[in-house]
Design a protein around this ligand. Sequence first.
Ligand code: ADP
Length: 297
Amino acid sequence: MVGSTNVDVTATVPRLPGRGETLLGTSLVSSPGGKGANQALAASRAGASVRFVGAVGDDDAAPTALCHLRADGVDLSTVLTREGVPTGTALIWVDDSAENSIVVVPGANGSLTAADVDTVADGGGLEGVVVLQGEIPAEAVTRAAELAPGRVVMNLAPVIEVPTRVLTAADPLIVNEHEGAEALRLLGGSPEGLGEEATVAALLAAGVPNVVMTLGARGAFVADASGVRTVPAARVRAVDTTGAGDAFVGAVAARLAAGAGLDEATSYAARFAAGAVLAAGTQSSYPQRGATLPELR
Ligand code: ADP
């Protein structure tokens, strides 16, 4: 797993502050986040042996950012510590009607370079299924895709400008509806007027070997040379869907690493992600290893 790790600092406020305004908040919670770290934890909980490649600052936030990964036994020997740089932080305000405003400071995540990835790979730190997202610089993502010795799972979230060859090496490319359209644009296609399934088909036609498109409570599409198939979602009473996409990606990667095919891996991931929407929070909502997961419809 090569990616971002953050601390999410969430304050609850009666309403979102206006320009120049100071408000009193009613609670404050710091919790670990970042797509890379979320997916690493999900993969570990889904049974994989996981190493995390990323960067934190030399500040008090770093141990918080990594606390769940450490507790879960994820290998953190390839996490770099940057002096004088903050650990990635998301500052979140949530009001009484659950509206939010978010400021993300990438901090150490934004400092990851292609040379860092070279160093990790030279030390034998890039092996097995390599999972990538868009919350670290494109040069680091691109180099990791180039140096990955085997399968690359590419979650293009958020969408960043990576070379076409990174997208066509994705096995699978995992996107939601919006990211799928943007990925198609990066590949030179035009998503205008295309529905979700047609976008998936166009991504295949543009050279991506396998595509998974997540559709929230509607489930997901899985697509490869043999066509586009639907994976249902589990019918659950969702409490908080934050981090469901990351739970899904981590679980797909874990099952692929264990030798499952793409259909089996995505069905498992839909169950795992459904388990992650049953409780509030992101990493803290991920099912524990061996937990009973909701069944698909
Ligand atoms: P993202 O947040 O990245 O857009 P999604 O919202 O598509 O991700 O969620 C990823 C996956 O999590 C879905 O494909 C689905 O399997 C599962 N999921 C998300 N929300 C729900 C829900 N309300 N009920 C059941 N499963 C869900």
